[in-house]
Design a protein around this ligand. Structure first.
Ligand code: NAD
Length: 338
């Protein structure tokens, strides 16, 4: 370990935690010093590959260690608030997996603790580090398609509930596909289009799997305070065909991108003008590795991270408005807007 290497810990080693562990182990600027996981098999499986790393059960024992400067929180959604607040109060820099938390109130609680701390805090909205999504943002900002007018963001994918952890199938514990994937879509729409969402009309429910107490389907109409309108449609299907991406329409053309989900789906980025799609070449990368590098940059340079706690909170404000609109059947105007 060199003096410059930051000591990092990963909390939660389910589906995504081990990918963060690998990213840390491969980064010369950091050192994996601890992991926390309540499940013995998962903990042991990761620990076997990293004998110098402390493998602990209780994440609070990780936070008590002086050699841990930063943590990556990969816990179930219902534990995000408690772990984030504990980590910040222990003086650790934090990269928390999306979504920031499961309600506006919980996100505000985290944001308040972060505001009064000296730590770097970022939310793992990985879409910012997908090369295709980032390039689409650049094209929109460059003005190539003129002034953006509207966007259609869609994500259709297999639900496969048998492969998911139980908490993800229970909205009371932070489950449901709106929190899981809808937050990715809200994040990229907010990032790409700028401005704030001022009103929402939505459907959100579980028509595909009515036996599961969490949403599998949502469609929302979002009205931005900069005049742009967007739709978000996502479905976790029993059987169907994958689609994952967005279409943007401006005063001078279109941009569309498609990402792969699993091994399926069309992939690419295109600008549409004069009745032709021009493919835009984009180099591949590892989004989690780039996200981690950006986190280290922000810690080392004391700069604002690419995805702030306020952005994470804003994503959940829109998500909550979608849920409220679906429950009430009415348009929801976000407080203080419109
Ligand atoms: N950025 C992405 O593309 C992406 C992809 C998948 C998941 N995620 C996010 O990552 C997070 C974790 O999701 P997941 O799919 O890995 O969930 P998961 O349920 O597979 O993993 C969570 C792990 O935390 C462990 N755990 C529970 N309580 C604990 C505690 N008190 N202390 C230590 N460990 C504990 C569980 O045993 C489990 O192994 C979520 O926020 C999810 O939205 C992000």
């Amino acid at each position: 370990m060199t003096n410059q290497q930051l000591g990092i810990a990963v909390l939660g080693l389910g589906r995504v935690g081990p990918a963060h562990v690998r990213v840390i182990a491969e980064n010369p600027r950091a050192r994996l010093v601890a992991i926390a996981e309540v499940d013995e098999t998962k903990r042991g499986g990761v620990a076997a590959n990293y004998p110098d790393c402390a493998a602990l059960v209780d994440y609070r024992d990780v936070l008590a260690r002086a050699d841990v400067q930063a943590v990556i929180i990969c816990l179930p959604h219902w534990l995000h608030t408690r772990a984030a607040v504990d980590a910040v109060q222990a003086g650790k820099h934090v990269l928390i997996e999306k979504p920031l938390a499961t309600s506006v109130e919980e996100c505000e609680q985290i944001a308040e603790v972060v505001r009064t701390s000296n730590v770097t805090f970022t939310v793992g909205h990985t879409q910012h580090f997908y090369p295709i999504v980032a390039k689409a943002k650049q094209i929109l900002d460059d003005g190539r398609i003129g002034r953006p007018i509207m966007a259609i963001d869609s994500w259709y994918k297999p639900y496969e509930p048998e492969k998911r952890p139980a908490w993800m199938l229970d909205r009371k514990r932070g489950g449901g596909m709106l929190l899981m994937d809808g937050t990715h879509m809200i994040d990229r729409l907010l990032w790409h289009l700028g401005g704030r969402v001022e009103a929402v009309k939505a459907m959100n429910g579980n028509p595909v799997y009515p036996e599961i107490p969490a949403d599998d389907t949502a469609m929302a109409f979002l009205q931005f305070d900069n005049g742009i309108v967007a739709t978000l449609s996502r479905i976790a299907y029993r059987t169907g065909i994958t689609q994952y991406g967005a279409d943007y329409f401006g005063t001078n053309g279109q941009v569309k991108y498609r990402l792969p989900y699993g091994q399926h789906g069309e992939v690419g980025l295109w600008v549409g003008q004069n009745e032709l799609w021009e493919p835009i070449a984009v180099a591949a990368n590892n989004p989690l590795a780039d996200q981690f590098d950006a986190f280290l940059d922000a810690i080392e340079q004391g700069t604002k991270p690419a995805v702030s706690v306020e952005h994470g909170l804003e994503v959940i404000r829109v998500m909550a408005a979608i849920e409220r609109s679906a429950e009430t059947g009415r348009e929801i105007v976000l407080a203080g807007r419109a």
